[in-house]
Write a protein that binds this ligand. Structure first.
Ligand SMILES: *[C@@H]1O[C@H](CO)[C@@H](O)[C@H](O)[C@H]1NC(C)=O
Ligand SMILES: *[C@@H]1O[C@H](CO)[C@@H](O)[C@H](O)[C@H]1NC(C)=O
Ligand SMILES: *[C@@H]1O[C@H](CO)[C@@H](O)[C@H](O)[C@H]1NC(C)=O
Ligand SMILES: *[C@@H]1O[C@H](CO)[C@@H](O)[C@H](O)[C@H]1NC(C)=O
Ligand SMILES: *[C@@H]1O[C@H](CO)[C@@H](O)[C@H](O)[C@H]1NC(C)=O
Ligand SMILES: *[C@@H]1O[C@H](CO)[C@@H](O)[C@H](O)[C@H]1NC(C)=O
Length: 510
């Protein structure tokens, strides 16, 4: 029930913030309709099963818009505790196939157009058993999806609960779009850094093994997939994304942009990478005010204090926020970009699935890694001299996140990635000997300590199949389009670089 209150609320809020934009009006109408639909459902809250979709979906009807007569709500079905030693079983009442009743003409966000490129290397030959198994030494676990059921074979322990929440996420996808995920086997690596480097697969070893991961790199073949934190990062008190993105949006309203501290803010763990340690040196200059406020986050200390000082939604208090990579990409990226202060993005080497379509000077201000201190000071001064423009960049970055990173799109991205990947399977999908079937129940039900892990799961549980179909996938980027995108990005970066260098040359009297 909570889920729906939540969804309705969220869409209303999104709608409000977008009303000013003419372009968004039709989209808003659609969202409002959906909100009303959910509100309508709330009226009948006494029943678990509010109503039921027609069992046999007429294939011909899938292309037309049909408001569902009925909708099912299937909460977690935990075996009662007093049942001694009975193991939790996976329920059989969740529908195995359901076509969403509402088809849309809504286009997917642009970042979906990279999916094809991530899978391109296997397009010609497909993925054979031999190709897949080469990825096994790197993987933390194997996921097998067969007839809509999910099996896991764990190889190594992953850091914290990364693997648990990644698998949880895929399980929610199965609940969201039952019957739409093809049979497949995939291997997942939960580390920060890529493992399948291009340089290692030049000749005889073609094609490279497919390995799923949270971020990609220009020189690697790893397949990019949403990270665990969309479903929660309980160890750091970070809520799942549905709840948190709403809180972050609320947080934006707390302090008006003009009233925010006119400095660039960063708080994080500086010890995870040299570039972060380097950033900390921007804190000080004898000659000028460096215009930054940098704080080392001590997660262990925070954890002891109950995370009082690290609430993400309270961190939008400065006009500028810095994003800088950790060991590889950092989960903090989406939280930083969600704040509508202008993001100063230290040019990253690693990319997650959504950053690839973000544009410098539209969504963020680019910072050169090697000249970050000077670049940061210039950016902040520029922003304080051009407050309107800085606010626009901040707002556009934040809107990109709120709109394009709605949880529905995250699932849509996963759906299309797995559908594309599934098509490449040139092997008999088999459940390995020691794999176990897992479902939301087997993961969540045994966790009864009242802690944040279970809370994140309860909050992110998908309780109904989506009534709305996945967004429409654009055709993949062609080579020329990619070139254009990269060229535009480079031009924007060069422009900023030129301004910055001119400013510093003038100051140093060159
Ligand atoms: C779909 O439509 C075609 C022709 O319009 C019809 O022959 C067929 O029986 C329909 N299929 C179903 C499942 O209703
Ligand atoms: C649980 O098991 C214990 C010992 O095995 C037994 O004494 C008890 O009656 C059982 N309780 C229930 C509810 O089955
Ligand atoms: C690829 O081939 C070149 C020579 O053609 C050889 O020097 C190199 O070691 C090979 N690389 C791999 C990874 O096999
Ligand atoms: C950076 O400067 C701020 C303000 O002067 C200070 O509070 C903070 O502790 C400094 N950070 C580091 C890592 O020295
Ligand atoms: C901001 O304005 C001040 C005062 O006009 C000027 O000295 C400074 O160079 C400007 N800085 C930037 C980065 O535009
Ligand atoms: C399954 O587990 C058993 C016992 O731990 C082990 O002997 C066997 O090799 C495993 N099979 C596979 C395919 O890993």
């Amino acid at each position: 029930m909570r889920e729906n209150i939540h969804v309705g609320h969220r869409h209303q809020k999104l709608a409000k913030s977008l009303l000013s934009s003419k372009l968004a009006k039709t989209w808003v109408t659609v969202k409002i309709c959906i909100s009303l639909f959910f509100i309508f459902l709330l009226g009948e809250s006494r029943f678990q099963v509010i109503s039921v979709f027609p069992r046999n979906i007429n294939k011909n009807a899938t292309t037309t818009t049909k408001i569902p007569k009925t909708i099912i709500k299937i909460p977690l079905n935990c075996t009662p505790l007093n049942n001694n030693k009975t193991t939790q079983t996976c329920p059989s009442n969740y529908p195995t196939k359901l076509e969403p009743a509402i088809t849309t003409s809504e286009a997917c966000p642009d970042y979906f157009r990279w999916i094809h490129r991530d899978l391109e290397v296997w397009q010609k030959i497909g993925i054979t058993r031999e190709t897949l198994e080469k990825a096994k030494p790197n993987a933390h676990f194997r996921v097998v999806i067969k007839s809509g059921k999910l099996y896991v074979h764990k190889y190594k322990k992953a850091f914290q609960t990364r693997d648990v929440f990644t698998i949880w996420g895929i399980l929610q996808l199965l609940r969201m779009y039952p019957g739409q995920i093809p049979d497949l086997e995939l291997l997942f690596l939960c580390d920060d850094k890529p493992a399948i480097w291009k340089r290692d697969f030049k000749n005889g070893t073609w094609p490279p093994p497919p390995l799923f991961r949270y971020c990609g790199h220009r020189d690697a073949y790893d397949i990019v997939f949403p990270d665990w934190s969309f479903w929660g990062w309980p160890e750091l008190n970070i809520k799942e994304w549905n709840k948190l993105s709403v809180a972050l949006q609320e947080g934006n309203k707390r302090v008006k942009w003009e009233d925010r501290i006119p400095y660039a803010y960063w708080k994080g763990n500086p010890r995870v990478s040299p570039i972060r340690g380097d950033l900390m040196r921007c804190n000080f200059s004898e000659e000028y005010d460096p215009m930054v406020r940098l704080y080392a986050q001590d997660w262990r200390g925070e954890s002891k204090k109950g995370f009082k000082g690290s609430n993400l939604e309270d961190q939008c208090t400065h006009r500028y926020k810095i994003y800088i990579e950790g060991k590889a990409w950092s989960v903090s990226e989406k939280y930083i970009l969600s704040c509508d202060s202008m993001t100063l993005l230290v040019k990253p080497q690693y990319y997650d699935f959504f950053i690839r379509s973000m544009v410098p000077m539209k969504h963020y201000w680019p910072i050169r890694p090697r000249k970050k201190c000077g670049d940061l000071k210039f950016a902040v001064e520029w922003g304080n001299n051009n407050t309107e423009k800085a606010q626009v960049i901040g707002r556009q970055g934040s809107e990109y996140m709120m709109k394009n990173l709605d949880m529905k799109y995250v699932y849509d991205y996963m759906l299309y990635t797995l559908q594309g990947y599934g098509k490449l399977m040139k092997l008999d999908v088999t459940v390995p000997e020691n794999a176990t079937e897992v479902c939301s129940e087997t993961i969540a039900c045994p966790i009864t300590d009242g802690g944040l892990i279970r809370q994140c799961m309860d909050d992110s549980l998908v309780i109904s199949p989506s009534v709305k179909a996945a967004c429409n996938l654009h055709k993949p980027y062609g080579d020329n389009e990619i070139k254009m995108i990269l060229k535009e990005r480079q031009n924007a970066e060069r422009k900023v670089m030129k301004w910055t260098d001119e400013y510093w040359n003038l100051r140093s009297g060159k």
